[in-house]
Design a binder for this molecule. Structure first.
Ligand SMILES: [Fe+2]
Length: 370
C-alpha cells in the first residue's frame, strides 16, 4: 500500500533555525560533533538556551556509528534522562542518536531485534528533533539509520518509529561542511533521489519529489562543492526532498552494494554510491521505463543519463570505476555479491537480480565504460 510518512514538522530554508525553540520541550540533550559544535554554537544559542551538551565522539574513520558508539551514547542518555533529543550533525551523529534512542527507551532490546526492525513504540521518554549539517544523508527525515556492526558490515536500522518528530533544514548549519563532504553527501542525495524514483514501489508523491531532487542536484552540486552559498542552500533542500522520497519509495542496488563495500573498505558512503550510480542505470535500464521518463523530465537525450553521471563524477574528482579499491575487491566479489543479494533493497530494485547478476554488475563497474 503506498504511503507517505515524514516528520510531523519540517522547517527549511535559510534562517529556519528560529523555529527550533518551539520543537524542544523539557529536559533537552543536545548531541553533536566537536567540529560541528565549534562552527554552530553561537547560532544554536540564539534560539535554544537550556540544554545538556553531549559531544559525540565517533570511533570509526568513515563516519557511520559503531555498535559500541551507540551503546555509549545510550548510556549517556540514561544518565541525563532527556525528554528532547536535539541531534545536530551529519549522518553519523543523527543515526547514532536514533539507534541509541531505541536502547534508551528499551534497555532490554538486542541488536538482533533492532536490525530485524522489531522496534517497540518510542517516545515514552523522549522525542527527537533532527538538524542536518550536511546535505546528503536525509536522516533528519527518514525512518532509517546505518550502524557498522562488530563484523564491519554496515546494516540499516529502519522503522517508522525512528522518523524524527521535527526536522530543521537550515543552510546556516552547513557552514562546517568541507568540499569533500559537500561532494560525497551530495552524491548520496543524488543516489537517494534516483533510486527512489526508479524503485519498484510506485509512489507518485515520492517519485515527483525524487525527480525534482535529481534535477536540483545535477544543476547545483558543482557550485556547491566550490562553496557557492545559494547552491548549497538548493542542495540542502534537494537532500530533504530526496529523503522524503526514499523514506517512502525505498532504494536499490547502489545502496545494497554500498552497505557491503563501505564498511569493509572504509569508503565514504556517498563516494561509493556515486561511483556505482552510472552503472546502476545501465544495469537496471532494461527493467523499467522510468529512466526514459526521467531523461525527458531532465531535458536529456534518451539513453544518456549514465554518461551524464559519469561526466559529473569526473568533474567532481570521483573515481569512474571501482579499481581504486584494489584487487582485494575482486577477491571479495562473491561475498559482497551474496551480501548485497540478501539485502531487502534488492526486492525493490527495478531489475530483479541474485548474487550472480550482482557480480556481473560489480564487474561492469570495475571495468568501467568509456
Ligand atoms: Fe545513502
Amino acid at each position: 500500500m503506498p504511503r507517505f510518512y515524514v516528520p510531523r514538522r519540517i522547517v527549511f530554508g535559510k534562517g529556519s533555525a528560529r523555529h527550533m525553540a518551539s520543537f524542544v520541550h523539557g529536559k533537552t540533550m543536545l548531541i553533536t560533533g566537536r567540529r560541528t559544535w565549534a562552527a554552530i554554537e553561537d547560532y544554536v544559542n540564539e534560539y535554544v538556551r537550556n540544554y545538556t551538551l553531549h559531544i559525540y565522539e565517533r570511533s570509526t574513520p568513515t563516519g557511520e556509528p559503531s555498535e559500541a558508539d551507540v551503546e555509549r551514547l545510550a548510556a549517556a542518555m540514561r544518565e541525563t534522562e532527556p525528554e528532547t533529543l536535539l541531534a545536530i550533525g551529519g549522518g553519523s551523529v543523527i543515526d547514532s542518536v536514533k539507534a541509541a534512542w531505541v536502547f534508551y527507551e528499551h534497555p532490554e532490546i538486542t541488536w538482533k531485534e533492532v536490525y530485524a526492525g522489531k522496534i517497540p513504540p518510542l517516545r515514552s521518554k523522549a522525542r527527537l528533533v533532527a538538524v542536518e549539517t550536511t546535505s546528503g544523508t536525509g536522516t533528519g527525515i527518514s525512518p532509517a539509520g546505518v550502524v557498522t556492526g562488530r563484523d564491519h558490515v554496515k546494516r540499516g536500522v529502519a522503522h517508522e518509529e525512528l522518523i524524527p518528530d521535527a526536522a530543521v533544514y537550515d543552510v546556516n548549519f552547513t557552514v562546517s561542511m568541507s568540499r569533500e563532504t559537500a561532494i560525497y553527501s551530495g552524491m548520496d542525495a543524488l543516489t537517494h533521489a534516483l533510486e527512489a524514483h526508479t524503485s519498484r514501489i510506485d509512489n507518485p508523491p515520492a517519485d515527483t519529489l525524487a525527480a525534482e531532487a535529481v534535477k536540483i542536484v545535477l544543476e547545483s552540486i558543482e557550485s556547491s562543492a566550490e562553496g557557492d552559498e545559494e547552491a548549497r542552500e538548493r542542495m540542502h533542500t534537494a537532500n530533504m526532498m530526496a529523503a522524503m522520497a526514499f523514506s517512502n519509495a525505498r532504494l536499490g542496488i547502489c545502496h545494497a552494494v554500498a552497505h557491503q563495500i563501505g564498511g569493509r573498505f572504509n569508503v565514504p558512503h556517498g563516494l561509493i554510491n556515486g561511483v556505482l550510480l552510472p552503472y546502476s542505470v545501465l544495469f537496471n535500464r532494461e527493467a523499467t521505463e522510468k529512466y526514459d521518463a526521467l531523461e525527458r523530465y531532465l531535458g536529456l537525450e534518451k539513453g544518456t543519463l549514465h554518461s551524464v553521471l559519469l561526466n559529473l563524477n569526473e568533474a567532481l574528482g570521483i573515481p569512474t570505476d571501482l579499481q581504486f579499491l584494489g584487487e582485494k575487491l575482486m577477491e571479495m566479489l562473491p561475498t559482497i555479491a551474496e551480501g548485497s543479494a540478501a539485502s531487502s533493497l534488492m526486492k525493490v530494485n527495478p531489475r530483479q537480480a541474485g548474487a550472480k547478476e550482482i557480480e556481473d554488475f560489480l564487474r561492469m563497474a570495475w571495468d568501467g565504460i568509456r
